[in-house]
Design a protein around this ligand. Structure first.
Ligand SMILES: [Zn+2]
Length: 259
């Protein structure tokens, strides 16, 4: 109807509010498609006092969604892949995505502790900005890659439906990092962050208690569906590569938790 749109999120659990994108799921919770909207909202208004009174797990899930932003934008930049509206990513988009990541690492744990007490602090302000604005601008202008495609694949498993988008995206980020063969230092920084705020690092932590090759293959194949953002990675991607990376990420997550 071409009307002005004002969004007032009362939680900061995804980067959807600032974007011109809606994710369509089936009534059962399986990813169906991305709906690209004609424009971004005219105003997004977040009251951090309200966000701080919501369950802490929701803010943490938002951090999981925001965690992927830098890694996906970076992968798109390396591949010269198009961003969400089909343009080229600017240096500004990459800088926003990186700031998003840096704020999570710096303030994430402290923000989580504050909202557990239902209070808004400077850390909460910064994390809400990272989760809502920076991640939103970052993914839309920088582009999505493997982390979100793996999230979409994970929705094929019914047992993951009780876990939030950002929780599955956090695990998808770990899988993407394995696909990219990122350094131990980078991987451990992300693992440490996830564990410190309570984001999942294993399949079991997103509800997949019984892991079978058939199930993981289904996830890998759905992650590689035609038109998926996984093809924005700077190397050829096959379901085999994704399958191997999921299994390895799970093992690495388990190993990290056992330390
Ligand atoms: Zn997301």
């Amino acid at each position: 109807m071409k009307l002005a749109v004002v969004i007032v999120p009362t939680i900061a659990s995804t980067d959807a509010p600032c974007s011109a994108l809606s994710v369509i799921y089936t009534p059962e919770g399986v990813f169906e498609s991305y709906l690209i909207l004609p424009k971004n909202p005219d105003l997004v208004l977040v009251d951090t006092e309200v966000v701080a009174k919501a369950p802490a797990r929701l803010l943490v899930a938002g951090m999981g969604d925001a965690l992927a932003t830098w890694f996906e934008a970076d992968a798109c930049a390396k591949a010269s892949a198009k961003n969400m509206p089909g343009g080229n990513a600017s240096q500004a988009a990459l800088a926003l995505a990186r700031l998003c990541y840096d704020l999570l690492i710096e303030c994430g744990k402290r923000a989580k502790l504050a909202v557990e007490m239902n209070v808004a602090t400077e850390d909460v302000e910064k994390v809400v900005e990272a989760n809502t604005l920076l991640s939103g601008l970052g993914f839309e202008s920088g582009g999505l890659a493997a982390a979100h495609a793996i999230h979409n694949g994970l929705t094929a498993l019914e047992e993951t439906h009780h876990y939030y988008h950002g929780e599955k995206v956090a695990f998808g980020t770990l899988v993407q990092m394995i696909m990219e063969n990122r350094s131990t230092e980078e991987l451990e920084e992300v693992l440490e962050f996830c564990v410190s705020v309570g984001l999942p690092v294993t399949l079991e932590q997103i509800g997949v208690t019984e892991i079978s090759p058939e199930k993981i293959r289904k996830v890998a194949e759905m992650s590689c569906a035609e038109g998926e953002t996984i093809y924005n990675m700077p190397f050829p991607v096959t379901p085999d590569l994704v399958y191997n990376a999921i299994m390895a990420a799970d093992a690495i997550g388990k190993d990290f938790l056992a330390k």
